[in-house]
Design a protein around this ligand. Structure first.
Ligand code: HEM
Length: 330
């Protein structure tokens, strides 16, 4: 089943997109991103980024408070199932999870319609840069150990660097805060649009954790044993833009005084290995949105959608080849 699901979806997602930055004539394609991210030792069948992770399942209990701003059916008060995935940045599925600089949560929430809302969120609240070309250069600088020079040459990285200097990783996926980073538009029943970002805010308090620091799967093990005691909960909090905020620019933090709306609670009740979990087949493309949510013009959003499709196409092909011509069916 895992193989069928993984190969069924990507055919429609395979186009090779090319992006042109508004501030330069350089271009970077989805293939360029994935070639760089996978590096020279390809991990067959795995995501080219955030390769290490596991699946989670639960329900989104919508408060109904966001319904005045978005007509999306999943923001009406009610209970909606989701499949999610915790992960760490990087292309190595066996790397020690505690050492990764970024932790992540992706969700696919299923309203009572044919729609889905997919969101893939990271621990930093801002990006270092604001164009796909610069993001590519940042990834290359990380690989070449020249990130210091890259940051110095790009002043828009200031807010990200400030966050990085103050960020203290916690001992659990359950006590991190995960951010949309990009802005999207909430669309109400009259068609009015309001720019917003969102964050998944932990209800659990950091600190009361026993972690096996030496284990490669320390964070995963901690989460699984925590889940045996009780469901893990987060608030889904939207922050509204004011006229002073630029929704296209993911490098700038919005003021803490901006209005916030508690859209509901993400309650995780189950978890499973990604190898046989439903999340493995999902491409958490941030442009899969329900009616009532629209993307902002942030160009990195489009670059992400294209790159995720390319990564998904490659890993799905590898799984298919393994299944069809490998020893599994001989
Ligand atoms: C141009 C910028 C970016 C590129 C090229 C990129 C690339 C990728 C790729 C190739 C994957 C694997 C997709 C798959 O095979 O299913 C991925 C996963 C992921 N990315 Fe990005 N990414 C970018 C920016 C971001 C940003 C800004 C965020 C956070 C807001 C983010 C969060 C994630 C998360 C959470 C996952 C794991 C999703 C999952 O569990 O499947 N990425 N990224």
């Amino acid at each position: 089943m895992r193989y069928i699901a993984l190969v069924a979806v990507p055919a429609v997602l395979t186009a090779a997109f090319l992006y042109t930055a508004s501030d330069s004539r350089q271009t970077v394609s989805a293939q360029d991103f994935i070639n760089l991210q996978q590096g020279s030792s390809v991990q067959q069948g795995f995501r080219r980024a955030h390769a290490k992770g596991f699946c989670v399942y639960g329900r989104f209990e919508a408060s109904g408070e966001l319904a005045a701003y978005s007509r999306a059916s999943l923001f009406q008060a009610g209970s909606y199932p989701f499949i999610g995935r915790f992960s760490v940045a990087g292309s190595n599925p066996t790397a020690p999870d505690l050492k990764a600089p970024v932790r992540s949560l992706a969700l696919t929430i299923l309203p009572n319609t044919a729609e889905q809302w997919r969101t893939a969120m990271n621990t930093p609240p801002v990006l270092a840069v604001g164009t796909p070309e610069k993001f590519y250069q940042q990834l290359a600088a990380l690989q070449n150990n020249s990130i210091g020079e890259f940051f110095a040459a790009n002043p828009e990285t200031a807010a990200f660097r400030q966050w990085r200097a103050s960020y203290q990783p916690t001992q659990s996926y359950a006590t991190e805060q995960y951010h949309s980073i990009h802005a999207f538009y909430l669309v109400d029943s009259q068609g009015q649009q309001q720019a917003a970002r969102w964050a998944i805010v932990p209800k659990a308090v950091a600190g009361n954790t026993t972690l096996d620091d030496s284990a490669d799967n320390a964070l995963e093990q901690e989460f699984l044993s925590r889940l045996k005691q009780a469901p893990v909960e987060f608030d889904l909090v939207f922050t509204l833009a004011t006229e002073k905020d630029n929704p296209q620019d993911p490098t700038v933090l919005w003021p803490e005084t901006n209005p916030q709306i508690q859209a509901g609670i993400i309650q995780i009740t189950l978890a499973s290995k990604q190898e046989n979990g439903l999340c493995n087949a999902i491409n958490f493309d941030p442009l899969v949105l329900p009616d009532g949510l629209l993307p902002s013009a942030d160009p990195i959003l489009r670059a992400r959608a294209a790159a995720y499709a390319e990564s998904h196409r490659r890993r799905a092909r590898e799984v298919l080849m393994e299944t069809v011509v490998g020893d599994k069916h001989e």
